[in-house]
Design a protein around this ligand. Structure first.
Ligand SMILES: [Zn+2]
Length: 270
C-alpha cells in the first residue's frame, strides 16, 4: 500500500484513466534497466524515477566527464570524475527516495549481458556505439526481453521498441554494423544536448506504456525526429526480416557470445 505521501506524490498519475492506483502499483512493482547513463539514459532515468518505477538499474562503466554535462542531465558539475552509476544513483535519490537503484558499473559485454538484463521487465538502450547496440539487441531477442532502442546524432534522433513476437528487432532493420568510422559518433560529429531529452523521454514513455499495457508501442516502426525542421516521421516495417541473423528463419546468432565474435569493432569499448 502507498503511504499518504506517496499518494500525494503520484496523484497526477492516480487521476489518469489507464494508470490509477492499480497502475501506480504496477509501476512500483516494476524493474527497468537503463544501459548507458548518458544523453538518452539521463532523461529516461529522471522521468522513470519521478514516475515511481520501483527498481531502476543503471549500467554504465564510464565516469562523468566535463564534456558530458551539456546533455547528460543526470550528472551535475560536482560529479565530474565520479562513476556515472554512482552519480545517477545520487540524483535519483534526490528526485524520488522511494525508488530502489541498482548500479552496474560496467560496460556491457557478451560475458555479462545475459545476467545483467535477466531480472528486469524492460530495458532502455541508451548507448552510443554500434557494437553495444547490436549486442543489447541480440541479448534481448534471445532472452525475449522487451527493450527500447534510441539513437541521437547532431540535430536528429530515432527510436523503436522491440517486443518479443511483435515485429522486427533492431538487427532485422540494420542487419550488420556499419563499417567502422562510416557513421560518426556524437563525440566526432556533435549533438545538440536537447536531442537526448526528446528521444530519451520518449523511451521512458515507451517503458511506462509497456508496463501499464496502455496505448500503442513503437513496434514494427521507427520514429525519426528532425529537430531543425521540427518534424516526426515514421518508417513502418511489415514483418520480421526472414534473413535476420538473430530472429529470422535460420538464425546464426544463438547466443550472445556469437553476436560479438562476428561484429566486434577493433578496440571499441562496449
Ligand atoms: Zn531480427
Amino acid at each position: 500500500m502507498f503511504s499518504t505521501q506517496e499518494i500525494e506524490r503520484y496523484s497526477r498519475h492516480i487521476l489518469l484513466k489507464g494508470v490509477g492506483t492499480k497502475g501506480q502499483k504496477i509501476l512500483s512493482d516494476s524493474k527497468v534497466l537503463i544501459i548507458g547513463a548518458g544523453g538518452l539514459g539521463s532523461p529516461s532515468a529522471l522521468y522513470l524515477a519521478a514516475a515511481g518505477i520501483g527498481t531502476i538499474g543503471i549500467a554504465d562503466g564510464d565516469q562523468v566527464d566535463l564534456s558530458n554535462l551539456q546533455r547528460q542531465i543526470l550528472h551535475k558539475t560536482q560529479a565530474v570524475g565520479q562513476l556515472k552509476t554512482v552519480s545517477a544513483k545520487e540524483t535519483i535519490a534526490e528526485i524520488n527516495p522511494h525508488v530502489k537503484v541498482e548500479i552496474h558499473p560496467l560496460f556491457v559485454s557478451p560475458e555479462n549481458i545475459a545476467e545483467l538484463i535477466a531480472p528486469y521487465d524492460f530495458v532502455i538502450e541508451g548507448v552510443d556505439n554500434f557494437p553495444a547496440k547490436f549486442l543489447i539487441n541480440d541479448a534481448c531477442v534471445l532472452a525475449k526481453k522487451p527493450f527500447s532502442h534510441g539513437g541521437i546524432l547532431q540535430f536528429s534522433g530515432q527510436l523503436m521498441t522491440y517486443i518479443p513476437g511483435k515485429g522486427p528487432c533492431y538487427r532485422c532493420i540494420f542487419e550488420e554494423m556499419p563499417p567502422e568510422n562510416e557513421i560518426p559518433s556524437c563525440s566526432e560529429a556533435g549533438v545538440l544536448g536537447v536531442m537526448g531529452g526528446v528521444i530519451g523521454s520518449l523511451q521512458g514513455l515507451e517503458a511506462l506504456k509497456y508496463l501499464l499495457q496502455i496505448g500503442e508501442l513503437l513496434t514494427s516502426q521507427m520514429l525519426i525526429f528532425d529537430g531543425l525542421s521540427m518534424s516526426f516521421r515514421k518508417i513502418f516495417y511489415k514483418s520480421v526480416n526472414s534473413e535476420c541473423k538473430v530472429c529470422g528463419n535460420e538464425p546464426v546468432i544463438t547466443d550472445v557470445a556469437k553476436s560479438i565474435e562476428l561484429y566486434r569493432y577493433a578496440g571499441c569499448k562496449i
